[in-house]
Design a protein around this ligand. Structure first.
Ligand code: ADP
Ligand code: MG
Length: 246
């Protein structure tokens, strides 16, 4: 069964349509990247899928049911605002387990086991402010992933991270996606990032009021920063920019 299905979704603000009649279906293991300029409706689309914004028209189903009833993970650009500063990284990642009533000792074991499985190393005893931007965002993502959501929505999650941290976290997110087998919808205004990460790329251009084009991306994984320098990548990117403009 498809993980997410949008049919005929429209959304307007003050009489102006941002999205019109959007149809989309996301498979279980899809890594969808959504690329588009600022103001083109990317965040609106994610918020509609998350059930945070109600569309004017259309239907959203997650594994056949309304999105509000489903567990969805959501990671934002401003990870600093989403982490709890008085908790260590371990306590932040384990927060969803704590809400479920899992004991402290068990949470510690679970989190450590989870990180080992995903081959992630993090300073678990440190607080977010003692960790790098990349580490903080990884903590925010792992806190979403630990409860095994049906889908992870990510809204420009890496744009505030420095270059080195970004290279690392782009690899890690591919590994996490591969290991967990979950669907990811990842919004970015960085075209190279969209190509590096996505299996399918949706172009939103702000004029079409929806998805202008869907492009499959078949570069083999793991896709490192080196791929970005290869001639096939550069050619693919050029082609895509041309498509966007025409
Ligand atoms: P993106 O994430 O692609 O930058 P958004 O989805 O945030 O774009 O916004 C798309 C458009 O909708 C923008 O022009 C924005 O100003 C407008 N918009 C977003 N939220 C609201 C709102 N709550 N009220 C009015 N206009 C909004
Ligand atoms: Mg946005």
């Amino acid at each position: 069964m498809d993980s997410v299905v949008l049919s005929g979704v429209s959304k307007s603000y003050n009489g102006r349509f941002i999205l019109k009649d959007v149809n989309l279906s996301v498979d279980k293991g899809d890594f969808i990247t959504v690329f588009g300029p600022n103001g083109s409706g990317k965040s609106t689309l994610l918020n509609i899928i998350a059930g945070i914004i109600k569309p004017d028209k259309g239907k959203i189903l997650i594994e056949g049911r309304p999105s509000k009833e489903q567990i969805i993970g959501y990671a934002f650009q401003n990870y600093r605002d989403s982490l709890l500063p008085w908790r260590t990284n371990l306590e932040n990642i384990g927060f969803p387990l704590e809400i479920k009533g899992v004991s402290k000792l068990k949470i510690e074991n679970e989190v450590k086991k989870f990180l080992k499985r995903l081959n992630v190393r993090l300073p678990l005893d440190k607080y977010p402010y003692q960790s790098s931007g990349g580490e903080q965002q990884l903590v925010a993502i792992l806190r979403e992933v630990i409860s095994c959501p049906k889908i992870i929505l990510m809204d420009e999650p890496f744009s505030a991270i420095d270059m080195e941290g970004r290279a690392y976290i782009r690899i890690k997110i591919q590994e996490i996606w591969c290991e967990m087998g979950i669907a990811i919808i990842f919004v970015t205004h960085d075209i190279s990032e969209a190509i590096q990460l996505g299996s399918k790329l949706l172009i939103i251009d702000g004029k079409t009021l929806g998805i202008k084009e869907t492009v499959s991306i078949n570069f083999k994984r793991p896709r490192t920063e080196d791929l970005l320098l290869s001639s096939s990548f550069v050619k693919f990117r050029k082609n895509l920019i041309w498509k966007m403009r025409n």
